[in-house]
Design a protein around this ligand. Structure first.
Ligand code: ADP
Length: 256
């Protein structure tokens, strides 16, 4: 893509020549395309939870329902609100990470607290799952932005729940080794075929099979995890066996 920024008419070699000065705007066009794609994917994903929230609230307002039914409906509204909240959070955080003008507060972060907080957040609404947290008491802190690291762990825990519909244990842990801390989030869910182990971290990528399509998502959660972890000098990877479960590993440098 080129954009003409100036025009001139000159005499060159006894002839009138029309000249145009153009700049290469391919990169800008690509950014605009990605932004449009992002906005349309996010709006599309917002539609489903909003429709469910409106429908169930309207039903509750207009009908007499017994207490159990009322609880069921409220649970659905809660889950959909949670989903919408997650989507908006991921979207906003990705935008903030890209905007180099935003400054993030950096401090020593205690990983154990992040893991415990993420578990208490999700354990309340996950009925089928058991949670375990394993973390040595003397684990050194990592240096970084607490809010971002918390968001990364929450995304992994949320996926572990989403993609293990039959329940099972979600085992979360952290350990230090050779100047690095490795956090793991392990589930006993549907797993991920090996050919997608890298791709799942790409923007908007979702493994496409009919089971997964029932689970909502815009394919931004793991992209945000990767970006946050990379911004902290770390990396994220997955080990998974389809039908048996997945373990995500986040490795971060220990604070010096
Ligand atoms: P979303 O969950 O919104 O689709 P993510 O970026 O969080 O987006 O995940 C990308 C894809 O990776 C998901 O659509 C899913 O197919 C797969 N995935 C992520 N976490 C897990 C997991 N714990 N178990 C199985 N599949 C997973």
């Amino acid at each position: 893509w080129y954009q003409c920024i100036d025009k001139a008419i000159r005499w060159t070699d006894g002839r009138l020549v029309r000249m145009e000065i153009a700049i290469d705007i391919t990169e800008r066009k690509e950014m605009e395309r990605m932004k449009d794609e992002m906005i349309s994917a996010v709006s599309h994903e917002m539609h489903t939870p909003l429709t469910a929230m409106l429908g169930f609230t309207e039903f509750l307002l207009e009908n007499e329902v017994d207490r159990d039914q009322q609880k069921n409906f409220l649970r659905t509204i809660y889950k959909e609100t949670e989903r919408l909240n997650e989507l908006i959070n991921n979207f906003l955080q990705l935008q903030r990470l890209k905007a180099s003008t935003v400054k993030f507060r950096i401090s020593p972060v205690k990983v154990r607290l992040l893991l415990d907080d993420a578990v208490s957040l999700y354990a309340a609404s996950a009925k089928n799952h058991r949670f375990s947290v394993e973390c040595p008491p003397d684990l050194p802190p990592v240096r970084g932005n607490e809010e971002q690291l918390y968001q990364a762990i929450c995304n992994l825990v949320s996926n572990a729940i989403k993609y293990s519909p039959e329940g099972g244990t979600i085992a979360i842990g952290a350990a230090a080794d050779d100047g690095m801390i490795t956090i793991r989030v392990q589930d006993e869910g549907i797993g991920i075929p090996p050919e997608f182990h890298d791709k799942i971290f790409d923007r908007f990528f979702r493994v496409d099979n009919s089971d997964r399509r029932k689970v909502g998502g815009a394919g931004l959660g793991l992209t945000l995890v990767r970006e946050i972890v990379a911004a902290h000098g770390g990396r994220v990877r997955v080990e998974s066996i389809p039908g048996k479960g997945s373990t995500f590993f986040v490795t971060l440098p220990v604070m010096r």
